[in-house]
Design a protein around this ligand. Structure first.
Ligand code: ZN
Length: 239
């Protein structure tokens, strides 16, 4: 533990002032680091806490690569009234047992509701029940499920759920229902793509990050004009 802590300090120490944590982790963001978004995560009591942690880590890894991070605030879905309106400029994620069907035979693993074409609601739903079903029917994409150790099963589930959550957050951050031909915002992902250890297909494109940066700026609460505590003085300046 002692050695690991020293390594971490050394990594942080060589990062130039103002550089992002993503840079510290060896990942170059496509855009300058944006302020993190606060996300309340409410999971049903039968969703393992370890699975929720790994799911959020997967989502975080996808977006951190593009220069965007989150502050996750976890609560129990059973103890948390869903009719509480979310705070402005924040998002909530519900991980539960609701399921939806799609007319085209695909299985929705997560969703976000739009009030109109460009106004997403501040809530993303990730269906744990559908993810379990998806894994059970993934067949050769993942191998035999029932003989799998619990950790391996959770790892696979977390990849899929984390990528789905990252995609739905993409709709929120882009304020758009639109899909792209490749990358994170592709409409339909296969079992191989969702369960693979390789997450590089889930890339956020630079043009999408430009739109995200504009949207994040518009979501920031208006800051009242600050009253300076001291009179600003400038070295060598004229007052
Ligand atoms: Zn979508």
């Amino acid at each position: 533990m002692q050695r690991a802590a020293h390594v971490a300090i050394a990594l942080l120490a060589i990062v130039p002032l103002g550089a992002s944590r993503a840079t510290a982790a060896g990942v170059l963001p496509a855009t300058p680091m944006l302020p993190p978004m606060i996300v309340t995560v409410a999971a049903a009591s039968d969703v393992p806490a370890s699975l929720v942690s790994m799911t959020l880590a997967e989502t975080e890894a996808i977006w951190r690569r593009a220069g965007f991070t989150f502050i996750w605030q976890r609560v129990s879905l059973d103890a948390w009234p869903l009719d509480t309106p979310p705070r402005p400029a924040s998002l909530r994620v519900v991980i539960g047992r609701n399921q939806r069907t799609a007319a085209d035979g695909t299985l929705p693993l997560g969703w976000i509701v739009f009030d109109d074409v460009t106004t997403p609601e501040q809530e993303v739903y990730v269906s744990y029940a559908s993810a379990v079903r998806f894994l059970d029917t993934a067949g050769s994409a993942v191998g035999p499920i029932h003989s799998m150790p619990r950790l391996q099963r959770e790892t696979l589930m977390a990849r899929a759920m984390g990528r789905v959550l990252a995609h739905e957050i993409g709709h929120y951050l882009l304020a758009s229902k639109a899909h792209s031909a490749h990358g994170l915002m592709k409409a339909v992902q296969t079992a191989v793509e969702l369960f693979s250890p390789d997450r590089t297909r889930f890339i956020v494109e630079p043009s999408q990050m430009t739109a995200v940066a504009a949207r994040v700026a518009s979501l920031q609460p208006a800051v009242p004009a600050a009253v300076p505590m001291v009179t600003p003085r400038y070295r060598g300046g004229v007052q």
